[in-house]
Design a protein around this ligand. Structure first.
Ligand code: F6P
Length: 324
């Protein structure tokens, strides 16, 4: 291997810069070239490639986002797009690719690997923590802390005004952010995509809270919850069913994806970045680097994309008990 390409793709996540930095510096350490590919697979198709050295990644470990920029590329979903990408990599002298992102990124990488017999190694980075084969994805810890901090602030207003707040957090298909931040911020109820607990449960839980003397409540709602109502409709439903509540809705949105990465994410990203270059140099391919019990591991890209559901069912019980 003479030169390794690195790109970030899909939704950005805090710690992606730390991962790029670890990849670039690991390449320098091993005396291997490193090419940064800008704007993910789309930039690869458009030949937006630049050689990077150890100093190109100075002062980025503390920055959120990704200095390589990110994109979701429809063209890369076509064989023609992937062929252009392959030609550009060959022309740039790149002989292996490290892709940093979530399941969409890995799905693209897997197709590319198979079609062009080109080594691809994935690094899981998404605030959703919905990649199997790794205990944590880069960005999840930072996002959780951002969400908890935001809900703590909302709690101040909720309790000062005796209000009921519905707070929407990210997660179209995964409730890890909602469930964990909900427990961490002491939410009364948490709605997630993995379980349909039904709206009746929510209503009876609110009644119970009121009876038990609670004067304010926070309900954390994941974007993809299964109530069949969006968060504003949910607020209206509660109002028309129960009445008497001063209800507000707060959609946290993309503040959850930004910001300086936590130390946990910086260290995780550094370990996975170094692990990815080690894996490429060991001749591994079609794999993702993960972390399990603090050890860097490798699993197949397929496992990362379609492996076991990581949803921690015990957390629901913990949430129920601690919000009594
Ligand atoms: O996958 C990360 C994520 O932030 C999800 O939690 C969210 O559903 C989605 O991306 C939002 O994507 P976009 O920024 O493209 O609207």
């Amino acid at each position: 291997i003479k030169k390794i390409g690195v790109l970030t793709s899909g939704g950005d996540a805090p710690g992606m810069n730390a991962a790029i930095r670890a990849v670039v510096r690991s390449c320098a350490y091993h005396g291997v070239g490193c090419a940064g590919i800008f704007r993910g697979y789309q930039g690869l198709i458009e030949n937006d490639i630049e050689d990077l050295d150890a100093r190109s990644v100075r002062n980025i470990i503390s920055r959120g986002g990704t200095f390589l920029k990110s994109a979701r590329s429809n063209e890369f979903k076509t064989p023609e797009g992937r062929k252009k990408a392959y030609d550009n990599l060959k022309a740039a002298g790149v002989d292996a690719l490290i892709v940093i992102g979530g399941d969409g990124t890995f799905t693209g990488g897997l197709l590319f690997e198979k079609e062009h017999d080109f080594p691809v190694v994935g690094i899981p980075a998404t605030i959703d923590n919905d990649i199997s084969g790794t205990d944590f994805t880069i960005g999840y810890d930072t996002a959780l802390n951002t969400v908890v901090e935001a809900i703590d602030k909302i709690r101040d207003t909720a309790s000062s005004h005796n209000r009921l707040f519905l707070v929407e957090v990210m997660g179209r298909d995964a409730g890890a952010i909602a469930l964990n931040s909900g427990i961490g911020a002491g939410a009364e109820e948490i709605l997630i995509p993995e379980e349909d607990e039904g709206i009746d449960r929510l209503i009876s839980s609110l009644k119970k809270s009121e009876k038990s003397g609670k004067t304010s409540s926070i309900i954390v709602v994941a974007e993809g919850d299964k109530s069949g109502k969006n968060i504003f409709e949910l607020a209206e439903f509660i109002d028309s069913t129960l009445g008497g509540y001063d209800i507000r809705v707060s959609v946290l949105g993309h503040i959850q994806r930004g910001g300086s990465p936590s130390c946990f994410d910086r260290v995780l990203a550094s370990k996975l970045g170094v692990g990815a270059v080690d894996a490429v140099l060991d001749g591994k391919r079609n794999i993702m680097i993960g972390i399990h019990h603090q050890k860097v591991i490798t699993v197949s890209l397929e496992t990362g994309i379609k492996g076991e559901d990581k949803f921690d069912r015990d957390l629901r019980r913990v949430a129920d008990i601690t919000s009594i």
